[in-house]
Design a protein around this ligand. Structure first.
Ligand SMILES: *[C@@H]1O[C@H](CO)[C@@H](O)[C@H](O)[C@H]1NC(C)=O
Ligand SMILES: *[C@@H]1O[C@H](CO)[C@@H](O)[C@H](O)[C@H]1NC(C)=O
Ligand SMILES: *[C@@H]1O[C@H](CO)[C@@H](O)[C@H](O)[C@H]1NC(C)=O
Ligand SMILES: *[C@@H]1O[C@H](CO)[C@@H](O)[C@H](O)[C@H]1NC(C)=O
Ligand SMILES: *[C@@H]1O[C@H](CO)[C@@H](O)[C@H](O)[C@H]1NC(C)=O
Length: 481
């Protein structure tokens, strides 16, 4: 490239330079011809050795088969969770029960058209179960893996397993799986939020309630050896421990994806949702043990509300962006599709992306009961010193431009804070956020980048407007305290 200025036609027209020009350009031609022959040859070789890499279509929900573990007692209630995310005709797989509930006869259940088909699990009484105080249904639930493989579905890339109280965000599940080669052996999921749970079971076990995925070739091999493997682990507690043990025997460890959520916590999970890891939300779990995620709603209505946001921009759901107001010295944290928090003070970014501990431990009593596997920060005991929270209200496509989404957030809780100054964000009534639909490619998933935001000038009134953009275009505005 650096040769070019010398060869520019503006250079004085001396004959020696002309000869140089001809010599150099003809040798460049020879090099070019040589290189293109070599490249042509090697690219032929590449396409000969891996023809499928070129022709392979992107992974979609059509390539996934689900196995959902439930039982006759819990299914009539828990099916409400499955109804939230299951798309009939589009999704494949089954719910496995220990016995058919009396009113679930396929042609009598008005729900059956919007739920996965039910199968009764095979008899597992021949397996030993010796964990004292545990439930031997763990064996039946573990075998959901091999019984799902035995459904013999065609064109499967991934088997995905979950409980009847696991809520999947299907688009994000598929998007996340698409970054892995489904022709290799993969076991993908997450462990518990609670350090002691992981110490007891394993840091490298996919906790079953969070949901986990097994690639087709691994699932086929696993299914073949599963029953004989189960005989070796009668002493384990749960189903997920058995799956983990049998996959470990095949030489495969867990690939951690923090978008799956076991949710081994109780109470208010606001802090976990508001500071979600910088990766698409794949699942939520244990929603019977936690408060509804939006105030003034039932658990399922609240989940459905979150899924409405997900319909417009699934990849952005819960993705956190933080911006600063230079006049009032406010800090604003957007958890897209869920909540916007406005702090009356300047909070540094590294503190904003820690998880506010709004929730309680799964079990009390252990010294490490409240040790989590991520960064936390305490919640202020005085509600008037906490940020003002605006909850997701609705979203729509923006008027100007393709792929622009406008989401709205409003107050749903009222605190009686008498000492508020005139610059308090409590005067605000609504927050509007403008963003571009997030379309994550495989490369962005491999190198995730948090986005940034700006407060738009209209902020003075009762409505705050925020625009989300790529970071790095402008510097963050910090007001040092
Ligand atoms: C259908 O289910 C209802 C309860 O949901 C029950 O009362 C009724 O007897 C069932 N009918 C048949 C034909 O099983
Ligand atoms: C399961 O198998 C055992 C024998 O292995 C048998 O005694 C039992 O009746 C079977 N249970 C069912 C529900 O078929
Ligand atoms: C799946 O295929 C296997 C072996 O070909 C067969 O034994 C089994 O019955 C099939 N299962 C179903 C549900 O068709
Ligand atoms: C929440 O529900 C209560 C009772 O149903 C109602 O009085 C209140 O106005 C609701 N609050 C909001 C913010 O919708
Ligand atoms: C707010 O607090 C003041 C003083 O503590 C009290 O008089 C007032 O009734 C409270 N208002 C509400 C809505 O609770």
């Amino acid at each position: 490239m650096q040769l070019l200025p010398l060869l520019s036609p503006k250079t004085p027209n001396s004959s020696s330079r002309l000869i140089n020009f001809i010599l150099i350009s003809s040798s460049l031609c020879v090099i070019y011809l040589f290189l293109s022959l070599v490249l042509l040859h090697t690219s032929n070789m590449v396409s000969l050795t891996s023809p499928r890499a070129v022709s392979s279509e992107p992974t979609s929900i059509d390539h996934v088969v689900f196995g959902i573990a439930s039982n006759g007692n819990s299914w009539p209630k828990r099916k409400e969770y499955v109804k939230l995310w299951w798309t009939p005709n589009r999704m494949r797989g089954c719910v496995f029960l220990d016995n058919m509930p009396p009113n679930a006869a396929p042609d009598n259940d008005s729900d059956s058209s919007c739920l996965p088909p039910i199968r009764v699990s095979e008899n597992t009484t021949r397996f030993r179960y010796t964990y004292r105080g545990g439930l031997r249904s763990a064996i039946r639930v573990a075998r959901v893996v091999s019984e799902t493989v035995a459904l013999n579905h065609s064109d499967v890339r991934w088997f995905v397993f979950g409980d009847d109280d696991t809520v999947f965000f299907a688009e994000n599940l598929v998007k996340t799986l698409s970054k892995y080669d489904h022709e290799l052996w993969h076991y993908i999921g997450t462990n518990s939020e609670i350090v002691v749970q992981n110490m007891f079971f394993s840091f490298d076990m996919a906790f079953g309630g969070a949901g986990f995925a097994i690639s087709y070739p691994l699932a086929k091999v696993l299914a073949k050896v599963f029953d004989s493997c189960l005989e070796r682990y009668p002493h384990l507690y749960g189903s997920d421990g058995r799956v983990h043990a049998c996959i470990a025997e095949l030489g495969i460890g867990l690939t951690h994806e923090p978008g799956f959520h076991q949710m081994d916590v109780r109470g208010n999970i606001f802090g976990l949702l508001a500071a979600h890891p910088n990766t698409p939300l794949i699942s939520l779990h244990h929603l019977d043990h936690t408060d509804p995620i939006f105030p003034n709603m039932t658990t399922t209505n609240a989940l459905n509300h979150l899924l409405q946001a997900s319909k417009l921009d699934p990849h952005r759901l819960l993705q956190q962006t933080v911006c600063y107001d230079r006049w009032f010295s406010w800090t604003v944290s957007v958890s897209w599709g869920y909540a916007v928090q406005v702090f009356a003070t300047n909070v540094f970014l590294p503190d904003m992306i820690r998880t506010e501990q709004t929730f309680g431990p799964w079990k009390r009593g252990h010294a490490l009961a409240e040790s989590f596997r991520f960064d936390t920060r305490a919640r202020h005991p005085d509600p008037c010193r906490r940020p003002v929270v605006f909850y997701f209200d609705g979203a729509s496509w923006g008027g100007d431009g393709v792929g622009v989404v406008e989401s709205r957030y409003r107050r749903m809780t009222v605190e009686n804070c008498s000492f508020d100054a005139s610059t308090s964000p409590r005067k605000l009534e609504e927050v509007r956020v403008v963003s571009r639909k997030l379309e994550l490619g495989v490369k962005q998933l491999q190198a995730p980048r948090r986005q940034c935001c700006d407060l738009l000038p209209s902020t003075a009134g009762k409505v705050m407007e925020i625009a989300i953009r790529e970071c790095g275009e402008e510097e963050l505005i910090y007001m040092h305290p």
